[in-house]
Structure formats: C-alpha cells, structure tokens
Design a protein around this ligand. Structure first.
Ligand code: ZN
Length: 272
C-alpha cells in the first residue's frame, strides 16, 4: 500500500535516508514490537518507536505510575500519577503518533501467558528490572524463536545485547543462571541516573528499528556496555561457543518456562 501524503511528511526524515527510504518505512509501519515494562527503559523506547511509525506496539506492565518513577520514565507525566502505566504510555504514544496501533497488557508476565503474548510480535524489548523476568523473557523468546533485545541499568551503568535465533548467544548463554538472592541490587535499592534509562532505552529502540527495517548490524553476538561516570562505551564480542546453553543449545535441558522467585529483600528509601 502506498504511503499517504501525511505519512510521507511525517516520516520524511526517515525516507530521506538511503538505508530506509519508502521501502524501509513501510517495513516499520508493518512491524510489530512488544515492549515489556513501561518503566525507565520502556519509556524512551516506546516514545521513539511510536514516533518512528512502528505500526503495532504492544506494551506490558502491571503497575501504576508513582511519583518516584518520573525522574526517568519520561513517557509518564505528573498528572498520570496513580494511572496504570500501560494507559499512560498508550496516551503518550498516540499523542505523538495517531498513525500506530498500541496494544496494552496490564498484567505480570509469567510462564502461563508470555509465550502467547510474544507470539504475534516480530521483535521484543526487555525493559524489565529483575532477573526472574529477564530469564523468563529470554527462555520464552528462544522457545518461540523471537528476536529480542535485553538491557539492564543500575547506578551509572547500562548494558544491552540482542538475541536473534540461530545468530549468536542468548541471554542465558552469557549470564547462565539466576544470581544468588540479593547478590545484585535493584534500581530501587541502589539508584540509577535518569538519563541512563534514556540512553539504553533509545539504544534498544534502535535495535528494534534496524531489525524491522533490515538495516545494518544488530547487537547479536555482542554485549554493549556503557559507563556513564567515565563516558565509555565498550562493545564486547561474545564467544560463539557459549551458544550451547540449557535453553538454546542443541540438546536443551530447559524445555519448560521457569517462574523464578522474585527477590523479597528490598531496602526502604533512605535506608543505608
Ligand atoms: Zn543460550
């Protein structure tokens, strides 16, 4: 289908790029991206994916907007406090671009629902902040043969990698298994600089856009880390032979999804 005059104008800065053009923009408009978590990472990713004209964007989050979210979750505004995050995110995305379809899932993902939800999408963004969710998303994407971008942020550090089926290691190849309880603090416990969410969330959006439009190289086979204190990016090549893990290897021992327990210990704000 031909682009309308309005679409040609809206997406003109994409269309001007030889790597995108009308053909690439049509791929974006036909693309379906699922964002898991409407928080620090999901917020900037969702805004840029909506603006880019990703035709269908799903967003999953069970929470409501809290005052302490607003330091980094830029898709939500002060009047949204108390509102379901998926609703607030949908309103912001539709305000930027009414051209797209937004599907909201106000739910926690677990082994019972994740595979069905991710099945209809082309690319998945992991914008979650806890290890049970990260392993669940990885394993579900491996089982459903879906490409996804993992990211994590804490304090002044961020990292991301992309999994593409058959093209490099998965998250479990690299990070093996759940860390021991309380070995790694959460953002709620340790803090995070707000702009970190913006940087890493935008890099995730870039991964999705490139994958959908078929442009350049994705971060499959690499871990990109960002140190905000020293302003340093490192792109680390992941060894190919790690791709033999319990879920993506030739003889997987994990063939059912696992609902790991959420860590229970959470420091109260201000506690030392
Ligand atoms: Zn693996």
């Amino acid at each position: 289908m031909a682009l309308t005059d309005e679409q040609i104008e809206r997406y003109s800065r994409h269309i001007l790029l030889k790597e995108v053009g009308v053909k690439g923009q049509k791929k974006l408009l036909n693309g379906k991206v699922l964002i898991i978590g409407a928080g620090g990472l999901g917020a900037p990713a969702a805004l840029y994916l909506a603006a880019a004209g990703i035709g269908t964007i799903g967003i999953v989050d069970a929470d409501v907007v809290d005052l302490s979210n607003l330091q980094r979750q830029v898709i939500h505004s002060t009047p949204d406090i108390g509102k379901p995050k998926v609703q607030s995110a949908e309103e912001s995305m539709k305000a930027i671009n009414p051209d797209i379809v937004v599907k909201t899932y106000r739910t926690f993902l677990d082994s019972s629902n994740i595979r069905e939800i991710i099945r209809e999408y082309d690319f998945i963004l992991d914008g979650t902040d806890n290890f049970p969710a990260k392993f669940l998303i990885n394993d579900a994407c491996v089982m459903e043969k879906k490409a996804f971008c993992h990211a994590g942020i804490l304090r002044f550090n961020g990292q991301l990698m992309t999994y593409i089926p058959g093209q490099g290691p998965c998250y479990r190849c690299v990070f093996k298994d759940m860390p021991p309880k309380d070995a790694i603090p959460t953002c709620k416990q340790a803090g995070v600089i707000g702009a970190m969410a913006g940087i890493i969330g935008c890099l995730q959006a870039m991964e999705a856009i490139k994958y959908i439009a078929g442009i350049g190289k994705n971060l499959n086979g690499y871990l990109l880390t960002y140190d905000g204190i020293n302003q340093e990016f490192h792109k680390i090549k992941l060894p190919n032979n790690t791709c033999k893990c319990a879920v993506c290897g030739e003889h997987p021992t994990i063939t059912e999804l696992i609902d790991y327990e959420q860590p229970t210990c959470e420091l109260k704000l201000g506690e030392k």
